[in-house]
Design a protein around this ligand. Structure first.
Ligand code: HEC
Ligand code: HEC
Length: 418
C-alpha cells in the first residue's frame, strides 16, 4: 500500500521527509535518465520531443489500460444488476427523495457538468463544507468522500440523503416514498426480488443506497489522448502523428519524474486512493478547520452502515478487512484523499475546499512558486519543485490530455415498470 510505503506508519512529519526523499530520488533519476539518453538535463529541457527511458515507459504503462477492468462490489448484492441500475437511475434524479421535494442527487452531481456542480462548495438545503467531487470512475475506490468517511459506495450514498444540509430526509420518508409510489416499488421488487419491507424503514433506505450505487458504478469517463499515447507505447509503435502534442509529452515526463506526481496520483485512475496533506486546499475554508482523515476514521467506525455492520452483503466478510485495519490507522490532521485526475477540464474549481480555480493555479501551487500563499494554507508546504513557467505550462497541457469532452451518459425515459 502506497501510504504505508511512504509513511512507514509514522506521523505526517515523517511522511513529509520520506516523501521529500522520494522526490529527490525521482529528480535524480530524471537527470540520470536524461544523461543516459545522451543529453544533459538542460539540453533535455530544451529538446522539443522528450525521450522516455525504459523505467519511464514502465511508469507510463502503469497509468492504463483504460477503461480499467471492473468487478462487482461484493458488499452490494445488486452491484452490476441491470434492474438495480435502472432503479438507481430513477432515484438519483428523483427530487421526492428530499424532505423539501426540491432536491435530488443530480442537483449537485449534474451530468452535464461531469457529475459535479462547478461551485466552490456544494449547496443543498444549505452550503456544505466541501467541493462536490465528480462521480466518474468510482467503482474501484477503497474509500469515499474527500476524507474517506465511508467504506462503500452504497454507504456514501446514504450520507447526503440524511444530511440536513443536503436532502435532509429520514429513513421513514425514503421508505414511505418507495412503498407508496407504484413505479418505485415495482422497480424495487425487480431489483431486489422482494417488495420493500413494510416495517423496516432502515432496510429500505439501505437498499436505496445500494441501487444508487449500482447506477453510479456505471459512470466511467472515456478514452483520452493520453490513453491513445500510452497504448501506442505499450505496443511499441509510434502514436499516430498529431494525437499527442510535444508539450503534453514534456508535461508527462515532469509528472512521472521531476514532479513526483505519480507517487500519489498513481495507476489507471491517477489516484492511489490514500490520504495526504498537500496544502492545496485552505486549512479552514469557512473559519472551521477541517481535520480530514483523522475525523473520518471516527465517523467511519461509528457508522451503522460501515462494512463491519449488518448491511454488508459479502458472505466471506473479506471486504470488511480494510475497515478493521482503518481503526488502527494513524492519520495526520488535515489529510485528504488523492483525487483522480481524469476529466479535470470539466470539474473546476479544484481541491477539497474548491478554492483553486484553474489547473494553472494547481501547477503553480505544486511548483512552489507562490510562497506567500503557502502561509495561508494548511499542512507542510509542498517541496518547492522550482518548475519553470514553461514546465508548468507543459504540466497543465499534460493534465488536460487526461480529459475528454465527450460525456457518454444520456438520460432515457426508462419506460414503465410492470
Ligand atoms: C448539496 C450537494 C450534494 C448533494 C445533494 C449530493 N451530493 Fe454527493 N457529494 C457532495 C459533496 C460536497 C461531496 C464530498 C463530501 C465529503 O467529502 O464529505 C459528495 C460526495 C459524494 C460521493 C463520494 C465521491 C468520491 O469521490 O468519493 C458520492 C458517491 C456521492 N456524493 C453521491 C451522492 C448521491 C448518491 C447523492 C444523492 C443521494 C448525492 N451525492 C447528493 C455534494 C452533494
Ligand atoms: C503527496 C501526495 C501528492 C502528490 C505528490 C501530488 N498530489 Fe495532487 N493531490 C493530492 C491530494 C491529497 C489532493 C487533494 C488536496 C486537497 O484538496 O486538499 C490533490 C489534488 C490535486 C489536484 C486537484 C484535483 C481536483 O479534482 O480537485 C490536481 C490537479 C493535482 N493534485 C495534480 C498534481 C500534480 C500535477 C502533481 C505533481 C506536480 C501532484 N498533484 C502531486 C496528493 C498529491
Amino acid at each position: 500500500m502506497l501510504r504505508r510505503d511512504l509513511q512507514g506508519g509514522h506521523d505526517s512529519m515523517v511522511s513529509g521527509l520520506e516523501l521529500k526523499k522520494r522526490f529527490a530520488i525521482r529528480a535524480a533519476c530524471a537527470a540520470a535518465c536524461a544523461l543516459l539518453a545522451g543529453t544533459s538535463p538542460a539540453q533535455q529541457d530544451l529538446a522539443a520531443k522528450p525521450v522516455f527511458s525504459e523505467s519511464e515507459i514502465k511508469i507510463i504503462l502503469s497509468h492504463g489500460p483504460w477503461p480499467a477492468p471492473a468487478q462487482a462490489d461484493p458488499s452490494n448484492r445488486v452491484s452490476g444488476k441491470p434492474d438495480a441500475i435502472d432503479f438507481g437511475t430513477r432515484l438519483f434524479f428523483d427530487q421526492r427523495l428530499s424532505a423539501s421535494g426540491t432536491l435530488s442527487c443530480s442537483s449537485c452531481h449534474v451530468p452535464e457538468r461531469n457529475w459535479t456542480d462547478n461551485l466552490t462548495r456544494g449547496v443543498g438545503m444549505s452550503e456544505v463544507d466541501r467541493n462536490t467531487p465528480t462521480l466518474m470512475n468510482l467503482l474501484a475506490s477503497r474509500w469515499y468522500g474527500w476524507s474517506g468517511a465511508s467504506d462503500s459506495l452504497w454507504s456514501q450514498s446514504l450520507r447526503p440523503i440524511l444530511d440536513p444540509r443536503e436532502l435532509a430526509a429520514t429513513p421513514r420518508h425514503v421508505a414511505q416514498l418507495v412503498r407508496d409510489d407504484e413505479q418505485l416499488s415495482c422497480r424495487y421488487r425487480k431489483a431486489f426480488g422482494t417488495p420493500p419491507s413494510a416495517a423496516d424503514d432502515e432496510a429500505v433506505l439501505v437498499d436505496v443506497g445500494k441501487a444508487l450505487a449500482a447506477f453510479q458504478e456505471t459512470l466511467a469517463s472515456g478514452r483520452t489522448p493520453f490513453d491513445r499515447f500510452r497504448d501506442a507505447l505499450a505496443k511499441a509503435t509510434e502514436p499516430p502523428p498529431g494525437t499527442y502534442s510535444e508539450p503534453a509529452q514534456r508535461g508527462l515526463k515532469i509528472f512521472i519524474g521531476k514532479g513526483g506526481c505519480t507517487a500519489c496520483h498513481s495507476g489507471p485512475n491517477f489516484t492511489g486512493g490514500e490520504f495526504f496533506a498537500t496544502g492545496l486546499s485552505r486549512f479552514a475554508p469557512r473559519g472551521q478547520p477541517d481535520p480530514g482523515r483523522r475525523d473520518a476514521i471516527r465517523q467511519l467506525m461509528e457508522s451503522r452502515f460501515n462494512l463491519l455492520g449488518p448491511y454488508n452483503d459479502d458472505p466471506t466478510g473479506a471486504s470488511a478487512a480494510r475497515t478493521r485495519e482503518a481503526s488502527l490507522e494513524k492519520a495526520g490532521f488535515g489529510e485528504f484523499k488523492v483525487p483522480s485526475l481524469r476529466n479535470l477540464i470539466l470539474t473546476a474549481p479544484y481541491g477539497r475546499d474548491g478554492g483553486v480555480e484553474t489547473l494553472a493555479e494547481v501547477a503553480r501551487h505544486y511548483a512552489g512558486l507562490d510562497p506567500a500563499s503557502l502561509h495561508a494554507k494548511d499542512g507542510r508546504p509542498a517541496k518547492p519543485l522550482d518548475l519553470t513557467p514553461r514546465e508548468q505550462t507543459d504540466l497543465v497541457v499534460f493534465l488536460e490530455s487526461l480529459s475528454t469532452f465527450s460525456n457518454p451518459w444520456r438520460p432515457d425515459d426508462g419506460g414503465q415498470c410492470h
